[in-house]
Design a protein around this ligand. Structure first.
Ligand SMILES: Cc1cc2nc3c(=O)[nH]c(=O)nc-3n(C[C@H](O)[C@H](O)[C@H](O)COP(=O)(O)OP(=O)(O)OC[C@H]3O[C@@H](n4cnc5c(N)ncnc54)[C@H](O)[C@@H]3O)c2cc1C
Length: 438
């Protein structure tokens, strides 16, 4: 078949690779000038690095299998992380169960209850009841009010803003489960994976293989409309032309899809897609002369903080490849409000001001460079009852399919689940579509 994929992120490139392997002719449309989507890269010191912090867990089996299949396993390295939390103007270590026990921002009894809840999360198999209660209610009932108010409330607020009190407990349960499952089986603690020269090496390789198998990846090419033909074929209109395919897989957010196929979708289906909200993300990448903390990952659990997370990437990987220390400051944001709508200069000023509040002894002459990245569609908002609006592969238009981060729930979005989704979507298309164009 002649197949089009919209989006050259992890999902689109994996699906494209699988479909090309199955003998189909692929065209991947990517509106950006580079591949990789949210996992795309830029360079520091001549080495590729993600615009947004990235690591994987030992439980990310689909991605690890793909890395092996692509012959890239030598690039994948595993590191023990060191995590911290900043709360009540203080840094707490937060890597081991012992750290949780010593975390005195929350009363001891509630800390123990939280620890037990996290442990128990690994054993929960049927999560349906969790999807109908909020994360707030689940945490408050199972671990206590202080755990919510002091710890998870500010985190959910900074991740989901106005939606924070509506987030499904199933999402939080999965977060607990994921961190637990990345603990080393020998009891030596958590390990996080990172690819030498970035995860971009995976996407570069997928792209090259698609091209080697007679496919094409069109950069700077935005799909503007998806048009069903009367014979079952599907056309994609871009600024330059209209091209017809046997089928189309759309991998960006459902709201964009609803816009592109607008005239051809029933109203109730469009309403369902448009009801899926996404958070935007604003990320500052700092290049520093000196390391700023002993931690890889610091959760900033303060209501007045302009960023929620500080990730010192080089505390995981070392700095030799980059020639400097690299710190991400990240904030999930409402797309209609600051900081997402703010000018980069203002974002930089506010982030650096708060960074200085966290580290009063830091001398700003140690700041080599700052880059600000923003993306509109970075995290689906998974509110209570999300299963009812979660999209499937099939759409009301024959031979048009969708697979995006919105399909991944109850798992939290991440490259592993994009790879898994891409493989499954490719399998579905291969099985269910038949050639219609000549
Ligand atoms: C701040 C942050 C931190 C993260 N940390 C991690 C992590 O530590 N580990 C991890 O595994 N994952 C992490 N992720 C998630 C990971 O990046 C995503 O799950 C994954 O990259 C999603 O891939 P995707 O292909 O589904 O979507 P996307 O990457 O969003 O790709 C969709 C693509 O479609 C393109 N597109 C959209 N509309 C059109 C159009 N009309 N025409 C043509 N092209 C179009 C976009 O430009 C984009 O390239 C993080 C994400 C963020 C934002």
């Amino acid at each position: 078949m002649k197949i089009a994929i919209v989006g050259a992120g992890a999902t689109g490139l994996t699906a494209g690779y699988e479909l090309a392997k199955a003998g189909h002719f692929l065209t991947v449309y990517e509106k950006s000038s580079i591949i990789g989507g949210l996992a795309s890269t830029f360079q520091i010191g001549g080495t590729d690095i993600e615009k947004y912090y990235h690591h994987i867990f030992t439980s990310d089996s689909e991605l690890i299998l793909l890395v092996n299949e692509l012959g890239l396993s030598d690039n994948l390295k595993w590191y023990p992380p060191s995590n911290g939390i900043y709360i009540n103007n203080k840094f707490y270590p937060f890597t081991t169960p012992f750290d949780l026990l010593m975390f005195d921002a929350v009363p001891l009894f509630q800390r123990v209850r939280l620890g037990l809840l996290i442990l128990k999360s690994n054993k929960i198999e049927s999560w349906n009841y969790l999807e109908n209660i909020t994360a707030k209610q689940w945490l408050t009932d199972k671990a206590g009010k202080a755990v919510y108010i002091k710890l998870w409330g500010p985190l959910l607020k900074s991740k989901f803003d106005v939606y924070c009190e509506k987030i499904s407990a199933a999402w939080l349960w999965n977060k607990f489960k994921l961190r637990g499952s990345s603990r080393n089986k020998n009891g030596k603690g958590e390990l996080l994976g990172y690819m030498d020269k970035s995860f971009g090496v995976i996407y570069d390789k997928l792209c090259r293989l698609i091209i080697d198998m007679n496919g094409q990846v069109l950069l700077n090419t935005q799909a503007d409309e998806i048009i069903p033909g009367s014979d079952g074929s599907v056309s994609i209109r871009t600024e330059k032309c209209v091209e017809s395919y046997d089928c189309v897989l759309f991998t960006a957010s459902p709201g964009i899809f609803a816009g592109l196929a607008n005239k051809h979708l029933p109203v109730d289906y469009k309403e369902k897609l448009n009801s899926i909200k996404y958070m935007a993300n604003v990320c500052a990448v700092l290049e520093l002369k000196e390391s700023i903390s002993p931690y890889y990952w610091i959760t900033v659990a303060e209501n007045d903080a302009p960023f929620v997370l500080m990730v010192e990437h080089t505390n995981m990987t070392g700095k030799s490849r980059y020639g400097c220390n690299i710190v991400y400051l990240s904030k999930y944001a409402d797309a209609l409000k600051p900081p997402y709508i703010s000018e980069n200069e203002l974002i930089e000023r506010e982030f650096i001001k708060y960074f200085n509040k966290l580290f009063p002894k830091w001398d700003s002459s140690g700041l080599i460079n700052v880059r600000i990245f923003k993306s509109r569609y970075t995290q689906p908002v998974v509110t209570v009852g999300y299963s009812k609006i979660k999209p499937g592969f099939e759409t009301p238009i024959r031979n048009v399919y969708t697979a995006s981060m919105a399909n991944i729930y109850p798992e939290d979005r991440g490259q592993n689940y994009s790879v898994k989704l891409g493989i499954e979507a490719a399998g579905f298309i291969d099985k269910h579509s038949i050639p219609v164009t000549s």
